[in-house]
Design a protein around this ligand. Structure first.
Ligand code: GLN
Length: 425
């Protein structure tokens, strides 16, 4: 709590029994909670109290969980450090003086500090995996469509999924089991059983990697800090000692993933955030003048700098004269990234890389340099572009700071990455 992990600390009681009875779960503040304010880390929604629960929140309650409160986050999920929150930055409990990663930094921090047993985050381009890696805990970004987005306040719909954060792989898998599964209220959800698998995620955390083939995409390792690379290769050695084999593979398209991701994410954000005008949603302008002045004032006062930057860039990339040059090109790059992953999974069972190429930034260090912040997402964004599942597990420290290893699986291959991840954490 001294870490500023919560925006609103308020207990929400679930049912009396169920798989999460007696467990506490913190929920990211972009997931709607009936009667409890949901700010998205923004001044714009500082007073917003949703009249309904997100599907994942409803499922937590049904499973008997006690929700501890709503966790701090980068404003609308836009960031990699949780410093763009209107409610102040979060400090990393595992690395004092450093950021917890983002945008689900509050969720990872409260789990790392032991203030909640488990937490939900959301991952549009790495926002579950990055804070899990930076705080030394486990995070899973599910296959697109495995978990309902109903009641998740949208940042970039085609990329984001709700995902669990926990101290161990098995606990993360237990939480995933509770929230996963089709939902009539989100037409993009899919039933895993139609894709040759089931929902027994926790049982898959048996650490059995005998015969597993692990592909290491050179492009995602080369650029990492030396200390991060060292911990990464040591973990690959551990997997091999446990019976897995590893080989290098190539994903040539990933060098364009960050650019493609940011064009698509900002484009979708500019459209999603149009609803905050003080009339439909957001703190009212209440100003003199015509509606145009009032909308503009509401948006000027309500949004922070990073959000404004992204609305402007997204609007530009979608504008009539430029959409072929930027948005269409980014969609082509997305298709290429998807193809590269498909080809890689013909040869190997899972792919492994450092989750983040860097160790946690010092608080304040990256704020003035958005580009540097965006580039830190090099290893996580390709996975969202390809709609695939990935897990981040802690694999030691570099210079006293936590390092995470990312395992990526084919679509609906959650059990495979959970099994492999559980051999490490
Ligand atoms: N850092 C990325 C961004 O700022 C990812 C954020 C996320 O996954 N919500 O867009």
């Amino acid at each position: 709590m001294s870490h500023n992990g919560y925006i609103t600390e308020q207990e929400i009681q679930g049912g009396d029994d169920g798989p999460l009875a007696g467990r506490t779960v913190a929920v990211k503040d972009n997931l709607s909670t009936e009667g409890v304010r949901t700010t998205c880390g923004s001044d714009m929604l500082a007073e917003y109290v949703p009249p309904y629960d997100a599907t994942v929140v409803e499922r937590l309650k049904q499973a008997g969980a006690t929700i501890t409160g709503k966790t701090n986050m980068d404003e609308f999920g836009m960031g990699t450090t949780t410093e763009t929150s209107a409610f102040g930055p979060v400090e990393n409990p595992a690395a004092p003086g450093h950021v917890p990663g983002g945008s689900s930094g509050g969720s990872a921090a409260v789990v790392a500090a032991g203030d909640a047993d488990l937490a939900l985050g959301t991952d549009t381009g790495g926002s579950v995996r990055c804070p899990a890696a930076f705080c030394g805990v486990v995070g899973i970004k599910p296959t697109y469509g495995l978990v309902s987005r109903y009641g998740l306040v949208a940042y970039a719909n085609s990329l984001e999924q709700v995902g669990p954060i926990a101290p161990t792989v098995e606990e993360a898998a237990e939480l995933l089991e509770v929230v996963a599964g089709p939902d009539d209220r989100d037409a993009t959800t899919r039933d895993a059983t139609d894709h040759g698998t089931d929902y027994e995620f926790a049982a898959a955390a048996d650490g059995d990697v005998e015969g597993l083939s692990v592909g290491v995409p050179t492009e995602l390792v080369e650029g990492a800090q030396p200390g991060v690379r060292e911990q990464f290769w040591a973990a690959i050695d551990d997997l091999e000692a446990a019976g897995a084999s590893s080989r290098e593979v190539s994903l040539p398209s990933v060098e364009h993933a960050v650019e493609a991701y940011y064009v698509i994410a900002m484009g979708e954000a500019s459209s999603n955030l149009a609803r905050y005008d003080g009339v439909r949603y957001g703190s009212p302008g209440g100003y003199e003048g015509d509606w145009n002045d009032s909308f503009a004032r509401s948006r000027e006062d309500g949004f922070g700098e990073e959000v404004k930057r992204r609305i402007l860039l997204g609007t530009y990339a979608l504008s009539a004269g430029y959409q072929d040059k930027y948005y269409r090109k980014a969609q082509d790059a997305r298709a290429w990234v998807q193809q590269d992953f498909d080809t890689a999974f013909e040869a190997v069972d899972v792919l492994a890389s450092p989750t983040m190429p860097v160790t946690p930034f010092e608080l304040g260090e990256s704020l003035d340099d958005p580009l540097r912040m965006y580039l830190a997402d090099a290893n996580t964004t390709p996975v969202n572009l390809a709609n695939l599942p990935a897990i981040s597990v802690p694999v030691g420290e570099a210079d006293g700071l936590p390092v995470g290893l990312q395992l990526v699986g084919p679509a609906f291959g959650e059990k495979r990455i959970i099994r492999a991840g559980s051999a490490l954490a």
